[in-house]
Each structure stands twice: as structure tokens, then as C-alpha cells.
Design a protein around this ligand. Structure first.
Ligand code: BYC
Ligand code: FE
Ligand code: FE
Length: 467
């Protein structure tokens, strides 16, 4: 098999002996990891997957039955659009860089490792879901997301191997050593250590945590470090499908829950549906973890990344005209002397908060769409976004007790609020009791509405996974 068949790429791998050697020694470790920590129980099944074989439009049309361990994880950079300049920060309008400047080596490595670590983390979190998939269509989407997160790991490992020598190879190995939820060697970011053992969690995760991926990747896709920018651009094309899976997944749950709420006169569980109150609690849980993923509201790291031209604002090039951001302030509520007061922070230090706000605006538009579905069923219930300060483990609000209105409260009040706003053990058990595998093509579990359309040119009743 030629190298391109094994590792489809547009980085001229066959002419880079050093990189080839590094990847050839990492690949078997990746495959061992995939067999151990990838989707449990389905490794030998034929799954109707799409494989990226090139960066042009047709490169995406490659749909085929594939056994997951034979998936061709490739390395793709979106082609450069003309002569690119650094788009923001202290070196704005100087030439973008194709090698890593010495002074940014550590920051850049940290960004790449943090990004890379999330990818295998998510695969580990989702590994048992196949056995309770609500349909073959959903099962296939799960596996598609999983193999693409695997490819995202490849994308970051490429950067580490190509630009960071020995350190990079060590970091690439460490990504296969950490384990989601493991007390001794956990994944780096906390959202990737939370269990995902039912499909409502999976849909919330792909909706809200993959969406952090969209926003983080978008800021890195503005980077002055060209290989990073171009890698992330390509990753974003895959991310769109993950978000589609999450968004339409929750939408289908909400639709079915609303239908069963109406039909049962208010007790959807009696007809095998998930109460909308529980959907809301799952949303609260995952959105608050996702908010943590943006880092501290006030962050010198974020200011440094911006100054160095490594990590820009969302849509930096399209949305803004001034790219140095040496002036301007952002108002951030902080806790001081037991009270919330607004603090003015230099804009560069508020980059994480700016991005979190972009993210929240994006999520809210989905909530509106779902609420319309509920209203159309004639059910009186509205899904909302949790407060920014409630249930936070990173940044200014971590270590304080806030209720879901964003007010400082006592520890006891906080605990009551957690019990009311986040999934309890009973809620999780209820959801789990509904998770039963459905394997007949075209059939879906009772707790979720059927998908509106199939994948690629196939219908919803296509045999997406051959069991
Ligand atoms: N958990 O200045 P601070 C995706 C650490 S998702 C644990 O507040 P900074 C995907 C931080 O590292 C996208 N630790 O934050 C989705 C720092 O540690 P040190 C992932 C955290 O550095 C679904 C300290 O707290 N990509 O792709 O500005 C499926 C104070 O740092 C957390 C990226 O994140 C946390 N939540 O921002 C598959 C992009 N938050 O240095 C995939 C790369 C902060 O004091 N990463 N800390 O030891 C970054 O841009 C930044 O590292 C962060 C943190 C935004 C994550
Ligand atoms: Fe990813
Ligand atoms: Fe993703």
C-alpha cells in the first residue's frame, strides 16, 4: 500500500523522511489506543463512513463501508489563500510564519497539546454508546464523529512531529497515555473527564462541547502560524457535522418529548419519553462545563496568545478592522469583598470572555429553534441557557457559590440549586432506562423523533452499520 493510501495527506509526506519515520512509529501506538479505547464492541463491523481523501470539494464525497480500525486517518491543510500576513497582535501585517519562532515555542506547544488532548478524550468518553444507540443512523453518526476526532488528533500530532522535534514526539505519545476520567492521568480539560453514558449526554456534548471546538478552532484558524491556521481550517469542515449531529439530536429529543408530554397530559415518561425538565438539566450541566472551556474571564495567557499572533478573536479578519487591540476595555463582573462588582479589564486580557460571549450567542439561537418546536406542540415549556456564574470550575466564579440567576448565595442554597438545576442520580437513571439499542434499519427508539434525512445520498432506512 502506498503511503498516500495509508495516510492520505497534502503535506508532501512522502518527501519528508523524518516526519514519515515519526508518524510511522506513532501510528501503531495510535491503533493500539483506538482498539483499546475506541468504540467498544463494533471494531469489526462495517460502518458507512466518509473519509477525507483531499481538500477539494470532491475529496469529501468518499462514502464507503469501512471497519473503523481500517479508517484512513489523513493529514490535511487547507491551501493558503495568497500571501498571508499575521492578522492581529503585536506583529500584525508582518509575514505569517511557517516555522515556530523560538520565543513562542512553549505557548504554541501548549495550545496544540491542549487542543489535541480533547480529541482522544471525547472518543474515550463516548466509547460505550454504540450498544444503546437509538438507531443505525445515530450509531453511524457516533462512529463518524469518533473517527473524525481521531483525525483531529492526527492533525495536532502532525504539528507536534513536524515542528517540535523530540518534545513534540513525547507530547504525541502522552496524548495516547492520558485517559478520560482517570484520577492519575486525566485529560487536560475537565469537560473531557465527564462521563457520557447515555445519548442525551452525547447530543448535549456534540451540541455544546464540540461547539467550543468550533469557536476555539476558529480563533486558531486566524493564527499567524500558517500550519496551525491551515490545519484548523480543515478541521472546522468536519466540526460542522459534529454540531449538526448534536443540534438535530437534541431537536429530535425535544420534539418527541413535547409530543409525549402532550399525548400523556404532562407525564411523558409514562409513555417512554424524557421529561423536558430533565433535558433542561442536561443542558445546564454541559453548557456550564463548556463555559469553563473558554478559560479565565481575565487571562494573561489569552493576552499573550493574542499579542503573539497565535490565537485571534472569532472571525478576526472578517469582523474587525482594528487588529492590535491595545486600547479598549471589557467589563467583567467579579467577586470582591463578598459582592459582585464590575471590573474594567484591558481588552486583550478579556479575550476568553469575548469568545465565551460569541459562543453563548450561538447557542442561544439553537435554544430558540427548539423552543419553537415545543410551542408548536402546544406544550408550555421553555428551554433556557444557564447563568454564566452558576456551577463554574474555572475562572473568576470558581470557588464561589452562585445560584442559576447569577446571585451569590450560601453553600446550602447553592447545593439546593445544584439539586434542582443539574441532573440527579434519579434523572440519569431515568434517561438510562430508556436507552435501548434499536438495530432494524429505518427504526428509531421511542424516546426520540426520527431523523428528517439520511446521510450522503442514502435514505434514513439505509443499513448504516452492518451488525
Ligand atoms: N479545565 O488564563 P486561563 C474541542 C487552566 S474543544 C482545566 O484561565 P487560558 C473538542 C489553563 O490551562 C476545543 N484547566 O486560561 C470538542 C491554565 O493552566 P496553567 C479545545 C483549565 O490559558 C469536542 C490555567 O487554568 N481547544 O476541540 O487562557 C470533542 C489558567 O488559565 C481550563 C482549546 O481549548 C479547563 N476548562 O485558556 C472533541 C484551544 N481552563 O497554564 C474536541 C487551546 C483553563 O496555569 N487551548 N485551564 O497551568 C486554549 O486556548 C486555552 O488553553 C484555554 C484556557 C482556552 C483552554
Ligand atoms: Fe475535534
Ligand atoms: Fe468535534
Amino acid at each position: 500500500m502506498s503511503l498516500h493510501d495509508q495516510i492520505p495527506n497534502n503535506v508532501d509526506l512522502s518527501h519528508d523522511r523524518r516526519l514519515q519515520k515519526a508518524l510511522e512509529s506513532w501510528q501503531p501506538k495510535f491503533l493500539d489506543w483506538w482498539r483499546e479505547m475506541g468504540p467498544e464492541g463494533f471494531q469489526e463491523k462495517d460502518v458507512y463512513l466518509r473519509t477525507a481523501v483531499s481538500v477539494d470539494k470532491n475529496g469529501w464525497a468518499d462514502y464507503n463501508y469501512v471497519k473503523m480500525p481500517d479508517y484512513r486517518w489523513g493529514i490535511f491543510l487547507t491551501p493558503e489563500e495568497g500571501e498571508r500576513k499575521v492578522g492581529f497582535g503585536d506583529m500584525v501585517n508582518t509575514d505569517s510564519f511557517d516555522e515556530v519562532p523560538g520565543e513562542f515555542r512553549n505557548s504554541l506547544r501548549r495550545l496544540i497539546v491542549t487542543q489535541g488532548d480533547t480529541e482522544p478524550g471525547s472518543v474515550e468518553q463516548q466509547r460505550t454508546l454504540g450498544s444503546c444507540a437509538p438507531s443505525l443512523y445515530d450509531m453511524r453518526n457516533l462512529f463518524q464523529v469518533n473517527v473524525e476526532e481521531g483525525r483531529h488528533l492526527w492533525a495536532m500530532v502532525y504539528l507536534l512531529h513536524r515542528f517540535f522535534g523530540r518534545d513534540g514526539r513525547d507530547e504525541a505519545d502522552d496524548m495516547l497515555e492520558r485517559r478520560s476520567g482517570n484520577a492519575d492521568k486525566p485529560r487536560i480539560l475537565e469537560a473531557f473527564n465527564q462521563p457520557i453514558d447515555d445519548w442525551l449526554s452525547f447530543f448535549c456534548f456534540t451540541m455544546f462541547v464540540d461547539r467550543d471546538g468550533k469557536f476555539q478552532l476558529a480563533t486558531l484558524a486566524e493564527s499567524g502560524f500558517s500550519p496551525m491556521r491551515r490545519s484548523c481550517r480543515f478541521m472546522l469542515t468536519e466540526e460542522a457535522h459534529h454540531l449538526y449531529v448534536g443540534d438535530t439530536g437534541i431537536q429530535r429529543v425535544v420534539k418527541r418529548s413535547a409530543e409525549l408530554t402532550r399525548e400523556s397530559g404532562g407525564d411523558p415518561y409514562s409513555l417512554g419519553g424524557i421529561p423536558l425538565e430533565i433535558v433542561q438539566k442536561y443542558i445546564n450541566y454541559w453548557v456550564t462545563y463548556a463555559m469553563d472551556l473558554f478559560g479565565g474571564e481575565i487571562s494573561s495567557n489569552a493576552a499573550d496568545f493574542f499579542a503573539a499572533g497565535l490565537k485571534g478573536r472569532y472571525n478576526e479578519a472578517k469582523k474587525y478592522t482594528e487588529h492590535e487591540v491595545n486600547s479598549g476595555e471589557y467589563e467583567i463582573p467579579v467577586v470582591e469583598g463578598g459582592k459582585i462588582v464590575n471590573r474594567k479589564v484591558p481588552m486583550r486580557n478579556a479575550m476568553n470572555e469575548l469568545l465565551r460571549d460569541e459562543y453563548l450567542a450561538d447557542s442561544v439561537s439553537a435554544l430558540k429553534r427548539w423552543n419553537k418546536i415545543i410551542a408548536d406542540e402546544g406544550v408550555d415549556f421553555e428551554l433556557t441557557q444557564p447563568n454564566k456564574r452558576f456551577h463554574r470550575h474555572q475562572g473568576q466564579y470558581a470557588g464561589h457559590f452562585f445560584n442559576n440567576d447569577g446571585d451569590l448565595v450560601s453553600e446550602d442554597e447553592y447545593k439546593a440549586c445544584v439539586a434542582a438545576a443539574l441532573p440527579t442520580k434519579e434523572d440519569r437513571d431515568l434517561v438510562k432506562s430508556l436507552m435501548q439499542q434499536v438495530t432494524e434499519p429505518g427504526k428509531v427508539a421511542n424516546w426520540i423523533a426520527p431523523p428528517k434525512k439520511g446521510i450522503g445520498d442514502k435514505d434514513t432506512d439505509f443499513e448504516y452499520v452492518k451488525l
